[in-house]
Design a protein around this ligand. Structure first.
Ligand SMILES: Cc1cc2nc3c(=O)[nH]c(=O)nc-3n(C[C@H](O)[C@H](O)[C@H](O)COP(=O)(O)OP(=O)(O)OC[C@H]3O[C@@H](n4cnc5c(N)ncnc54)[C@H](O)[C@@H]3O)c2cc1C
Length: 427
Protein backbone atom coordinates (compact mmCIF):
# COMPACT_ATOMS: atom_id res chain seq x y z
CA UNK A 1 0.00 0.00 0.00
CA UNK A 2 1.21 3.50 -0.81
CA UNK A 3 2.34 5.61 2.19
CA UNK A 4 -0.11 8.42 2.94
CA UNK A 5 1.01 11.66 1.34
CA UNK A 6 2.03 14.50 3.66
CA UNK A 7 1.48 18.19 2.94
CA UNK A 8 2.64 21.29 4.83
CA UNK A 9 0.88 24.60 5.27
CA UNK A 10 0.76 27.60 7.57
CA UNK A 11 -2.96 27.40 8.28
CA UNK A 12 -5.67 24.78 8.03
CA UNK A 13 -9.27 25.93 8.12
CA UNK A 14 -11.56 23.12 9.26
CA UNK A 15 -15.08 23.73 7.94
CA UNK A 16 -16.87 24.92 4.83
CA UNK A 17 -19.75 26.82 6.42
CA UNK A 18 -19.83 30.62 6.42
CA UNK A 19 -17.14 30.80 9.13
CA UNK A 20 -14.81 28.44 7.26
CA UNK A 21 -15.33 30.18 3.91
CA UNK A 22 -14.81 33.62 5.44
CA UNK A 23 -11.67 32.46 7.28
CA UNK A 24 -10.26 30.96 4.07
CA UNK A 25 -10.96 34.21 2.20
CA UNK A 26 -9.36 36.43 4.87
CA UNK A 27 -6.34 34.11 5.09
CA UNK A 28 -5.89 34.07 1.31
CA UNK A 29 -6.13 37.87 1.14
CA UNK A 30 -3.32 38.06 3.71
CA UNK A 31 -1.04 35.63 1.92
CA UNK A 32 -1.21 32.73 4.39
CA UNK A 33 -0.58 29.37 2.77
CA UNK A 34 -3.90 27.76 3.61
CA UNK A 35 -5.64 24.42 3.25
CA UNK A 36 -9.39 24.21 3.78
CA UNK A 37 -10.94 20.88 4.72
CA UNK A 38 -14.61 19.95 4.87
CA UNK A 39 -17.41 18.28 3.02
CA UNK A 40 -19.18 20.47 0.52
CA UNK A 41 -22.38 21.54 2.08
CA UNK A 42 -21.87 23.68 5.17
CA UNK A 43 -22.65 26.88 3.33
CA UNK A 44 -25.61 25.30 1.51
CA UNK A 45 -27.92 25.93 4.43
CA UNK A 46 -27.42 29.68 4.27
CA UNK A 47 -30.56 31.53 3.18
CA UNK A 48 -28.49 34.11 1.33
CA UNK A 49 -29.32 36.83 3.85
CA UNK A 50 -26.37 37.91 5.98
CA UNK A 51 -27.54 38.81 9.48
CA UNK A 52 -25.40 40.94 11.75
CA UNK A 53 -27.53 41.46 14.86
CA UNK A 54 -31.32 41.61 14.89
CA UNK A 55 -32.87 40.56 18.20
CA UNK A 56 -31.83 41.32 21.77
CA UNK A 57 -32.75 40.39 24.43
CA UNK A 58 -34.17 37.20 22.97
CA UNK A 59 -36.54 36.74 25.91
CA UNK A 60 -38.16 40.11 25.09
CA UNK A 61 -37.83 39.46 21.34
CA UNK A 62 -36.84 43.07 20.81
CA UNK A 63 -36.11 43.68 17.13
CA UNK A 64 -33.43 46.27 16.32
CA UNK A 65 -33.25 48.46 13.25
CA UNK A 66 -29.72 49.52 14.14
CA UNK A 67 -27.53 46.40 14.43
CA UNK A 68 -24.61 48.41 15.83
CA UNK A 69 -26.71 49.78 18.68
CA UNK A 70 -27.96 46.21 19.21
CA UNK A 71 -24.36 45.02 19.51
CA UNK A 72 -23.65 47.75 22.09
CA UNK A 73 -26.64 46.62 24.15
CA UNK A 74 -25.75 42.95 23.74
CA UNK A 75 -22.14 43.39 24.79
CA UNK A 76 -23.28 45.37 27.85
CA UNK A 77 -25.79 42.68 28.85
CA UNK A 78 -23.91 39.56 27.72
CA UNK A 79 -20.18 40.18 28.04
CA UNK A 80 -19.34 36.59 27.02
CA UNK A 81 -20.97 36.84 23.58
CA UNK A 82 -18.31 36.51 20.82
CA UNK A 83 -19.04 40.09 19.65
CA UNK A 84 -17.72 41.32 23.01
CA UNK A 85 -14.22 40.28 21.90
CA UNK A 86 -14.24 42.19 18.59
CA UNK A 87 -14.15 45.91 17.91
CA UNK A 88 -17.05 47.22 15.87
CA UNK A 89 -14.68 48.63 13.26
CA UNK A 90 -13.28 45.13 12.76
CA UNK A 91 -16.76 43.66 12.34
CA UNK A 92 -17.44 46.34 9.73
CA UNK A 93 -14.12 45.70 7.99
CA UNK A 94 -14.85 41.96 7.91
CA UNK A 95 -18.23 42.52 6.23
CA UNK A 96 -16.76 45.03 3.77
CA UNK A 97 -14.05 42.60 2.74
CA UNK A 98 -16.41 39.66 2.34
CA UNK A 99 -19.08 41.62 0.48
CA UNK A 100 -16.40 43.15 -1.77
CA UNK A 101 -15.27 39.64 -2.70
CA UNK A 102 -18.83 38.46 -3.40
CA UNK A 103 -19.62 41.54 -5.43
CA UNK A 104 -16.51 41.10 -7.55
CA UNK A 105 -17.54 37.49 -8.11
CA UNK A 106 -20.92 38.68 -9.45
CA UNK A 107 -22.91 38.02 -6.27
CA UNK A 108 -23.96 41.55 -5.40
CA UNK A 109 -25.21 42.51 -1.93
CA UNK A 110 -26.92 45.70 -0.78
CA UNK A 111 -27.04 47.35 2.64
CA UNK A 112 -29.32 49.97 4.07
CA UNK A 113 -26.47 52.20 5.25
CA UNK A 114 -25.82 51.32 8.87
CA UNK A 115 -29.27 49.89 9.46
CA UNK A 116 -30.96 46.54 9.16
CA UNK A 117 -33.37 45.82 6.33
CA UNK A 118 -36.68 44.03 6.77
CA UNK A 119 -37.10 41.14 4.34
CA UNK A 120 -40.28 39.16 3.66
CA UNK A 121 -39.63 35.42 4.04
CA UNK A 122 -41.43 32.50 2.43
CA UNK A 123 -43.19 31.87 5.75
CA UNK A 124 -44.90 35.25 5.36
CA UNK A 125 -42.94 36.66 8.30
CA UNK A 126 -40.51 39.56 8.08
CA UNK A 127 -36.97 39.28 9.37
CA UNK A 128 -34.33 41.91 10.05
CA UNK A 129 -31.06 41.33 8.26
CA UNK A 130 -27.97 43.35 7.42
CA UNK A 131 -26.77 42.47 3.93
CA UNK A 132 -29.34 41.52 1.29
CA UNK A 133 -28.66 39.83 -2.06
CA UNK A 134 -29.26 42.40 -4.81
CA UNK A 135 -31.91 40.07 -6.24
CA UNK A 136 -33.97 40.63 -3.07
CA UNK A 137 -33.40 44.34 -2.68
CA UNK A 138 -36.46 45.53 -4.65
CA UNK A 139 -38.61 43.34 -2.40
CA UNK A 140 -37.16 44.94 0.72
CA UNK A 141 -37.87 48.41 -0.71
CA UNK A 142 -41.35 47.32 -1.74
CA UNK A 143 -42.05 46.11 1.80
CA UNK A 144 -40.69 49.34 3.32
CA UNK A 145 -43.02 51.41 1.15
CA UNK A 146 -45.86 48.87 0.99
CA UNK A 147 -46.22 49.39 -2.75
CA UNK A 148 -48.64 47.27 -4.82
CA UNK A 149 -46.89 43.99 -5.58
CA UNK A 150 -47.72 40.67 -7.19
CA UNK A 151 -46.38 37.58 -5.40
CA UNK A 152 -46.05 34.56 -7.67
CA UNK A 153 -45.78 30.90 -6.75
CA UNK A 154 -45.72 27.70 -8.78
CA UNK A 155 -47.95 24.69 -9.02
CA UNK A 156 -46.28 21.76 -7.29
CA UNK A 157 -43.97 23.89 -5.15
CA UNK A 158 -44.04 22.80 -1.51
CA UNK A 159 -43.54 25.02 1.52
CA UNK A 160 -44.00 28.18 -0.51
CA UNK A 161 -47.40 29.81 -0.88
CA UNK A 162 -47.88 33.34 -2.19
CA UNK A 163 -51.43 33.29 -0.89
CA UNK A 164 -50.25 32.43 2.62
CA UNK A 165 -47.63 35.19 2.58
CA UNK A 166 -50.22 37.75 1.48
CA UNK A 167 -52.69 36.53 4.12
CA UNK A 168 -50.12 36.86 6.91
CA UNK A 169 -49.12 40.34 5.71
CA UNK A 170 -52.70 41.50 5.03
CA UNK A 171 -52.81 44.13 7.80
CA UNK A 172 -49.33 45.51 7.21
CA UNK A 173 -49.14 45.24 3.43
CA UNK A 174 -52.65 45.17 1.98
CA UNK A 175 -51.51 45.99 -1.57
CA UNK A 176 -50.31 42.43 -2.21
CA UNK A 177 -51.84 40.35 -4.99
CA UNK A 178 -51.04 36.71 -5.66
CA UNK A 179 -50.74 34.43 -8.65
CA UNK A 180 -50.09 30.72 -9.10
CA UNK A 181 -48.74 29.57 -12.45
CA UNK A 182 -47.23 26.42 -13.86
CA UNK A 183 -43.47 26.80 -14.16
CA UNK A 184 -42.49 26.35 -17.83
CA UNK A 185 -42.19 22.71 -18.93
CA UNK A 186 -43.43 21.27 -15.62
CA UNK A 187 -47.04 20.79 -16.76
CA UNK A 188 -46.98 17.05 -16.01
CA UNK A 189 -44.80 17.17 -12.91
CA UNK A 190 -46.27 16.67 -9.44
CA UNK A 191 -43.57 18.55 -7.53
CA UNK A 192 -41.18 21.31 -8.57
CA UNK A 193 -37.89 22.19 -6.88
CA UNK A 194 -36.12 25.51 -6.56
CA UNK A 195 -32.74 24.16 -7.72
CA UNK A 196 -34.19 22.70 -10.91
CA UNK A 197 -36.22 25.81 -11.68
CA UNK A 198 -33.08 27.93 -11.16
CA UNK A 199 -31.20 25.71 -13.58
CA UNK A 200 -34.02 25.94 -16.12
CA UNK A 201 -33.99 29.77 -15.95
CA UNK A 202 -30.37 29.77 -17.13
CA UNK A 203 -31.98 29.22 -20.53
CA UNK A 204 -33.40 32.36 -22.21
CA UNK A 205 -36.21 30.26 -23.74
CA UNK A 206 -37.49 29.28 -20.27
CA UNK A 207 -37.31 32.89 -19.11
CA UNK A 208 -39.38 33.95 -22.10
CA UNK A 209 -42.06 31.38 -21.29
CA UNK A 210 -42.14 32.46 -17.65
CA UNK A 211 -42.46 36.11 -18.66
CA UNK A 212 -45.42 35.24 -20.91
CA UNK A 213 -47.20 33.54 -17.98
CA UNK A 214 -46.67 36.35 -15.49
CA UNK A 215 -46.80 39.55 -17.57
CA UNK A 216 -50.58 39.59 -18.21
CA UNK A 217 -51.18 39.56 -14.44
CA UNK A 218 -48.67 42.27 -13.58
CA UNK A 219 -50.84 45.18 -14.73
CA UNK A 220 -51.34 47.71 -11.96
CA UNK A 221 -48.55 46.44 -9.70
CA UNK A 222 -45.19 48.10 -9.23
CA UNK A 223 -43.08 44.99 -8.59
CA UNK A 224 -43.29 41.22 -8.84
CA UNK A 225 -41.89 38.81 -6.24
CA UNK A 226 -40.91 35.23 -7.11
CA UNK A 227 -39.23 32.51 -5.05
CA UNK A 228 -35.43 32.67 -5.09
CA UNK A 229 -34.81 30.80 -8.36
CA UNK A 230 -32.98 33.35 -10.53
CA UNK A 231 -30.30 30.90 -11.67
CA UNK A 232 -26.94 29.96 -10.29
CA UNK A 233 -24.51 31.48 -12.77
CA UNK A 234 -26.40 34.11 -14.79
CA UNK A 235 -28.35 35.67 -11.96
CA UNK A 236 -27.87 39.30 -13.02
CA UNK A 237 -28.86 38.46 -16.60
CA UNK A 238 -31.96 36.58 -15.43
CA UNK A 239 -33.00 39.43 -13.11
CA UNK A 240 -32.65 41.91 -15.98
CA UNK A 241 -34.50 39.70 -18.48
CA UNK A 242 -37.43 39.05 -16.16
CA UNK A 243 -37.65 42.73 -15.20
CA UNK A 244 -37.61 43.86 -18.83
CA UNK A 245 -39.99 41.14 -19.96
CA UNK A 246 -42.57 41.52 -17.21
CA UNK A 247 -42.32 45.30 -17.37
CA UNK A 248 -41.82 46.05 -13.65
CA UNK A 249 -38.92 45.29 -11.28
CA UNK A 250 -38.88 41.68 -10.08
CA UNK A 251 -37.32 40.36 -6.90
CA UNK A 252 -36.52 37.09 -5.16
CA UNK A 253 -38.06 35.96 -1.89
CA UNK A 254 -35.80 33.73 0.25
CA UNK A 255 -36.97 30.12 0.46
CA UNK A 256 -36.27 27.37 2.97
CA UNK A 257 -32.96 25.50 2.74
CA UNK A 258 -31.40 24.09 0.66
CA UNK A 259 -31.88 27.42 -1.09
CA UNK A 260 -30.66 28.69 -4.43
CA UNK A 261 -28.91 31.71 -2.83
CA UNK A 262 -27.11 29.20 -0.55
CA UNK A 263 -26.07 27.25 -3.65
CA UNK A 264 -24.81 30.45 -5.25
CA UNK A 265 -22.68 31.21 -2.20
CA UNK A 266 -21.31 27.66 -2.26
CA UNK A 267 -20.46 27.81 -5.95
CA UNK A 268 -18.86 31.23 -5.62
CA UNK A 269 -16.63 30.32 -2.69
CA UNK A 270 -15.73 26.93 -4.11
CA UNK A 271 -14.79 28.39 -7.47
CA UNK A 272 -13.08 31.60 -6.37
CA UNK A 273 -11.14 30.56 -3.25
CA UNK A 274 -8.83 28.15 -5.11
CA UNK A 275 -8.14 30.97 -7.58
CA UNK A 276 -6.86 32.96 -4.59
CA UNK A 277 -4.49 30.16 -3.63
CA UNK A 278 -6.59 28.17 -1.14
CA UNK A 279 -5.97 24.43 -1.39
CA UNK A 280 -9.40 22.96 -0.84
CA UNK A 281 -9.93 19.36 0.25
CA UNK A 282 -13.66 19.34 -0.35
CA UNK A 283 -14.86 15.79 -0.02
CA UNK A 284 -12.71 15.10 3.00
CA UNK A 285 -12.75 15.66 6.71
CA UNK A 286 -10.34 15.77 9.60
CA UNK A 287 -10.40 12.30 11.14
CA UNK A 288 -7.49 12.71 13.52
CA UNK A 289 -5.76 15.75 15.01
CA UNK A 290 -2.64 15.76 17.16
CA UNK A 291 -0.01 18.25 18.18
CA UNK A 292 3.05 17.57 16.05
CA UNK A 293 6.52 16.87 17.43
CA UNK A 294 7.80 19.56 15.01
CA UNK A 295 5.39 22.17 16.42
CA UNK A 296 1.92 22.86 15.06
CA UNK A 297 -0.36 19.92 14.28
CA UNK A 298 -0.52 16.72 12.33
CA UNK A 299 -3.95 16.13 10.83
CA UNK A 300 -5.17 12.84 9.42
CA UNK A 301 -7.49 13.61 6.52
CA UNK A 302 -9.77 11.50 4.37
CA UNK A 303 -13.34 10.62 3.60
CA UNK A 304 -14.01 7.52 5.73
CA UNK A 305 -10.41 6.47 6.46
CA UNK A 306 -7.24 8.56 6.64
CA UNK A 307 -5.91 9.07 3.13
CA UNK A 308 -3.09 11.49 3.91
CA UNK A 309 -1.55 13.63 6.61
CA UNK A 310 -1.15 17.36 6.80
CA UNK A 311 1.37 19.29 8.88
CA UNK A 312 0.00 22.67 9.70
CA UNK A 313 1.42 25.44 11.83
CA UNK A 314 -2.01 26.63 12.96
CA UNK A 315 -5.69 25.76 12.72
CA UNK A 316 -8.93 27.69 12.59
CA UNK A 317 -11.64 25.38 13.86
CA UNK A 318 -14.88 26.36 12.12
CA UNK A 319 -16.61 23.02 12.40
CA UNK A 320 -19.99 24.40 13.48
CA UNK A 321 -22.43 23.13 16.05
CA UNK A 322 -24.73 20.12 15.87
CA UNK A 323 -25.79 20.42 12.23
CA UNK A 324 -22.20 20.95 11.08
CA UNK A 325 -21.04 18.16 13.44
CA UNK A 326 -18.47 20.28 15.28
CA UNK A 327 -20.43 19.43 18.45
CA UNK A 328 -22.12 16.17 19.27
CA UNK A 329 -24.88 15.70 21.84
CA UNK A 330 -24.14 12.46 23.68
CA UNK A 331 -26.30 10.93 26.37
CA UNK A 332 -24.71 12.89 29.21
CA UNK A 333 -22.71 15.69 27.66
CA UNK A 334 -22.07 17.78 24.60
CA UNK A 335 -18.73 16.90 23.06
CA UNK A 336 -16.43 18.75 20.66
CA UNK A 337 -15.73 16.22 17.94
CA UNK A 338 -12.15 16.82 16.75
CA UNK A 339 -9.99 17.74 19.77
CA UNK A 340 -12.44 16.87 22.54
CA UNK A 341 -12.07 20.43 23.80
CA UNK A 342 -14.10 21.41 26.89
CA UNK A 343 -17.57 22.60 25.89
CA UNK A 344 -19.39 25.23 27.92
CA UNK A 345 -22.76 23.59 28.71
CA UNK A 346 -25.25 23.06 31.54
CA UNK A 347 -24.01 20.68 34.26
CA UNK A 348 -26.54 18.03 33.33
CA UNK A 349 -28.75 17.12 30.41
CA UNK A 350 -31.85 18.27 32.30
CA UNK A 351 -30.59 21.84 31.85
CA UNK A 352 -30.28 21.61 28.07
CA UNK A 353 -33.83 22.66 27.29
CA UNK A 354 -36.57 24.76 28.86
CA UNK A 355 -39.80 22.93 29.60
CA UNK A 356 -41.58 24.57 26.69
CA UNK A 357 -40.02 24.19 23.24
CA UNK A 358 -41.30 27.67 22.35
CA UNK A 359 -39.93 29.34 25.49
CA UNK A 360 -38.98 32.86 24.33
CA UNK A 361 -35.71 32.71 26.29
CA UNK A 362 -34.45 29.91 24.03
CA UNK A 363 -32.54 26.88 25.30
CA UNK A 364 -29.15 26.55 27.01
CA UNK A 365 -28.38 23.78 24.49
CA UNK A 366 -28.23 26.42 21.76
CA UNK A 367 -25.66 28.46 23.64
CA UNK A 368 -23.28 25.58 24.23
CA UNK A 369 -19.87 25.82 22.62
CA UNK A 370 -16.22 26.63 23.09
CA UNK A 371 -14.90 29.19 25.54
CA UNK A 372 -12.10 31.22 23.96
CA UNK A 373 -9.53 33.79 25.05
CA UNK A 374 -9.16 37.28 23.54
CA UNK A 375 -7.34 35.72 20.54
CA UNK A 376 -10.18 33.23 19.87
CA UNK A 377 -8.10 30.32 21.16
CA UNK A 378 -10.28 27.59 22.74
CA UNK A 379 -9.58 27.10 26.43
CA UNK A 380 -8.67 23.91 28.24
CA UNK A 381 -10.24 22.75 31.50
CA UNK A 382 -7.86 25.03 33.43
CA UNK A 383 -8.96 28.12 31.48
CA UNK A 384 -5.71 28.41 29.49
CA UNK A 385 -5.42 28.20 25.68
CA UNK A 386 -5.66 24.50 24.82
CA UNK A 387 -3.00 24.95 22.10
CA UNK A 388 -1.04 28.10 21.25
CA UNK A 389 -1.98 27.97 17.55
CA UNK A 390 -5.54 26.63 17.61
CA UNK A 391 -8.23 29.25 16.96
CA UNK A 392 -12.00 28.89 16.67
CA UNK A 393 -14.63 30.79 14.70
CA UNK A 394 -18.34 30.67 13.94
CA UNK A 395 -21.23 28.87 15.51
CA UNK A 396 -19.01 26.52 17.54
CA UNK A 397 -18.36 29.43 19.92
CA UNK A 398 -20.28 29.49 23.21
CA UNK A 399 -22.67 32.12 24.55
CA UNK A 400 -24.60 32.91 21.39
CA UNK A 401 -27.93 31.65 20.09
CA UNK A 402 -27.57 32.90 16.53
CA UNK A 403 -30.95 31.61 15.35
CA UNK A 404 -32.86 33.67 17.89
CA UNK A 405 -30.47 36.62 17.95
CA UNK A 406 -30.32 36.82 14.14
CA UNK A 407 -26.54 37.08 14.19
CA UNK A 408 -25.51 33.85 12.35
CA UNK A 409 -23.46 35.17 9.46
CA UNK A 410 -22.24 38.14 11.49
CA UNK A 411 -20.71 35.94 14.17
CA UNK A 412 -19.25 33.63 11.51
CA UNK A 413 -17.70 36.44 9.44
CA UNK A 414 -16.50 38.63 12.31
CA UNK A 415 -14.94 35.81 14.36
CA UNK A 416 -13.28 34.38 11.24
CA UNK A 417 -11.72 37.81 10.69
CA UNK A 418 -10.53 38.01 14.29
CA UNK A 419 -9.18 34.44 14.25
CA UNK A 420 -7.19 35.03 11.04
CA UNK A 421 -5.76 38.21 12.50
CA UNK A 422 -4.75 36.44 15.73
CA UNK A 423 -3.18 33.69 13.69
CA UNK A 424 -1.16 36.24 11.68
CA UNK A 425 -0.05 38.07 14.81
CA UNK A 426 1.42 34.83 16.09
CA UNK A 427 3.42 34.18 12.93
C1 LIG B 1 -31.32 26.46 8.03
C2 LIG B 1 -30.39 27.61 8.21
C3 LIG B 1 -30.79 28.89 7.85
C4 LIG B 1 -29.92 29.97 8.05
N1 LIG B 1 -30.33 31.23 7.72
C5 LIG B 1 -29.51 32.26 7.96
C6 LIG B 1 -29.91 33.60 7.67
O1 LIG B 1 -31.01 33.85 7.19
N2 LIG B 1 -29.04 34.60 7.94
C7 LIG B 1 -27.80 34.36 8.49
O2 LIG B 1 -27.04 35.28 8.70
N3 LIG B 1 -27.41 33.11 8.78
C8 LIG B 1 -28.23 32.07 8.53
N4 LIG B 1 -27.82 30.80 8.80
C9 LIG B 1 -26.62 30.60 9.60
C10 LIG B 1 -25.34 30.84 8.95
O3 LIG B 1 -25.20 30.10 7.79
C11 LIG B 1 -24.34 30.56 10.02
O4 LIG B 1 -23.39 31.49 9.88
C12 LIG B 1 -23.82 29.16 10.03
O5 LIG B 1 -24.73 28.16 10.21
C13 LIG B 1 -22.72 28.99 11.02
O6 LIG B 1 -21.70 28.73 10.26
P1 LIG B 1 -20.46 27.89 10.69
O7 LIG B 1 -19.53 28.02 9.54
O8 LIG B 1 -19.98 28.27 12.03
O9 LIG B 1 -20.95 26.35 10.85
P2 LIG B 1 -21.60 25.36 9.82
O10 LIG B 1 -22.33 26.06 8.78
O11 LIG B 1 -22.34 24.36 10.63
O12 LIG B 1 -20.35 24.65 9.13
C14 LIG B 1 -19.55 23.72 9.80
C15 LIG B 1 -18.62 23.06 8.79
O13 LIG B 1 -17.65 22.27 9.47
C16 LIG B 1 -17.49 21.06 8.76
N5 LIG B 1 -16.92 20.04 9.66
C17 LIG B 1 -17.41 19.57 10.82
N6 LIG B 1 -16.58 18.61 11.31
C18 LIG B 1 -15.56 18.51 10.43
C19 LIG B 1 -14.37 17.69 10.37
N7 LIG B 1 -14.09 16.76 11.28
N8 LIG B 1 -13.55 17.85 9.32
C20 LIG B 1 -13.80 18.78 8.37
N9 LIG B 1 -14.89 19.57 8.37
C21 LIG B 1 -15.75 19.43 9.39
C22 LIG B 1 -18.89 20.74 8.26
O14 LIG B 1 -18.84 19.82 7.20
C23 LIG B 1 -19.34 22.13 7.82
O15 LIG B 1 -18.86 22.40 6.54
C24 LIG B 1 -28.64 29.74 8.59
C25 LIG B 1 -28.23 28.44 8.91
C26 LIG B 1 -29.09 27.38 8.73
C27 LIG B 1 -28.63 26.02 9.13
Amino acid sequence: MQAPETTDCELTVIGTGMAGMAAALFAANRGLSTVQVGHSGGILFASGLLDLMGVHPVAAQKVWQDPWAAIDALVRDEPHHPYARIKKEDIRAAFDELLGFLNEAGLGYRRNGERNTQVLTSLGTVKPTYAVPETMWTGAQAFANKIPCLLVDFQGMREYSARQMAAIQKERWPALQTLRVVFPDTENVAEVYTGLMAQALESPATRKKLVERVRPHAQGVEAVGLPAIFGLYRTREILADLTNGIGVPVFEIPTLPVSVPGLRLKETFEFKLPAKGIRALRQQQVLEARPSSQGGFRLGIGDKAIEHYLHTRSIILASGRFLGKGLLAERKRIRETIFDLPVSQPVSRSGWHQKSFLDPRGHAFNRAGLEVDHCFRPLDAGGRPAFPALFAAGSILAHQDWVRMKCGSGVAIATAYAAVRACLEQK
